[in-house]
Design a protein around this ligand. Structure first.
Ligand SMILES: Nc1nc2c(c(=O)[nH]1)N[C@H]1C(S)=C(S)[C@@H](COP(=O)(O)O)O[C@H]1N2
Ligand SMILES: [Mo]
Length: 320
């Protein structure tokens, strides 16, 4: 079965959105054609997975969270068809076409490292860590496009407090599933796999940081990082690691995927900062998906009042 392209892929995203990161990919000369083979799609169909898996329609029970952006929300059709998820291909439309093969049950999440109570939590047991909150956040990709997404998620600090980080814990390291059969993009060397990300512990404990399990009141579609992904709205989108299976508390700064790929272009902090340009393009403005023009990018993506204190005294040009 082939994914119903026409219905799901919005055709009104202008070609001007083609990723500036394509230059990087061309340098590595690995771009494209590693997912488009008919064989890959046939394998998904044989496994009995259907595109319908991508959209669990159950309405999630959420309470309104404290932080709500009042910007106009990006349509669901765009947020679920214009994605970065290199495990499913490098084009924006690839994840919506390919990620439905991701089986998300069972889904154990291992939380370990410098904690008093290490544990493996199954995704369906997360309901115990209530409440599930709805939060509308601005979402700013390092490629200078942005969206506004109503997430449903759990406060990351609540989850971390359950395992009780020890005094030695200074950072939190996250890992995406490694499984080239379920994530065929991992057969390509476009990035090092599994995708890994990290936060300083105080960043992870900040009330804005959430583990999202839904958007627009529904379970997270695979292309957006089902069944659980990180959302840190004051940072560039690549910090928001998808389809997480491991969380580890550590004492030193963990490696991060895009930093490993190009350390001069993607830093560990990756705070949205209109004053510090990417080496190959400006970060001063952004294209809000769906808008015609560009708009100014806000310091910390508009969350400066909440998060600026985390970086007091730090040189944000050196710590980009
Ligand atoms: N595992 C994994 N997580 C990932 C990525 C990825 O390729 N693999 N892409 C990142 C980037 S660059 C962005 S902008 C966001 C995109 O999230 P969205 O597709 O839900 O908008 O996911 C981030 N998380
Ligand atoms: Mo991104």
């Amino acid at each position: 079965m082939v994914f119903p392209k026409k219905e799901l892929y919005g055709d009104d995203i202008p070609s001007s959105h083609i990723t500036p990161r394509s230059a990087f990919l061309n340098e590595k000369s690995t771009r494209r054609n590693f997912l488009s083979s008919a064989g890959v799609l046939a394998a998904g169909a044989a496994a009995g997975l259907t595109p319908g898996t991508a959209f669990a329609d159950d309405k999630l029970q959420t309470i309104p969270g404290k932080y709500q952006a009042t910007d106009e929300q990006t349509p669901f059709s765009k947020a679920t068809t214009y994605n970065n998820f290199y495990e499913y291909g490098t084009d924006k439309s690839d994840p919506a076409h390919n990620a439905w093969r991701l089986k998300t049950r069972p889904w154990p999440i291992k939380i370990s490292g410098l904690v008093k109570k290490p544990q493996t939590i199954n995704i369906d047991d997360l309901a115990h860590y209530r409440p599930l909150e709805s939060r509308v956040y601005r979402h700013r990709c390092v490629e200078a496009w942005s969206m506004v997404i109503p997430w449903a998620g759990y406060s990351l600090s609540k989850l971390l407090n359950v395992v009780e980080p020890t005094r030695e814990a200074k950072y939190v390291a996250f890992e995406t599933l490694l499984d080239p059969t379920r994530m065929p993009g991992q057969k390509s060397d476009v990035l090092q796999w599994p995708y890994v990300e990290g936060l300083r512990l105080d960043e992870a404990m900040h009330p804005l940081a959430i583990m999202a399990t839904g958007l627009y009141g529904k379970a997270l579609p695979p292309q957006d990082g089902a069944p659980i992904r990180l959302v840190v709205p004051w940072k560039y989108g690549f910090k928001g690691i998808k389809s997480i299976v491991k969380i580890k508390l550590v004492d030193s700064q963990p490696p991060t995927t895009w930093n490993q790929a190009a350390s001069n272009e993607y830093g560990f902090y990756a705070n949205v900062n209109p004053q510090v340009d990417h080496p190959r393009w400006s970060q001063a403005t952004e294209q809000r998906i769906g808008d015609s023009g560009r708009r100014p990018t806000l310091m910390f993506n508009g969350y400066a009042d909440q998060v600026a204190h985390l970086y007091e005294g730090m040189d944000l040009r050196a710590n980009f």
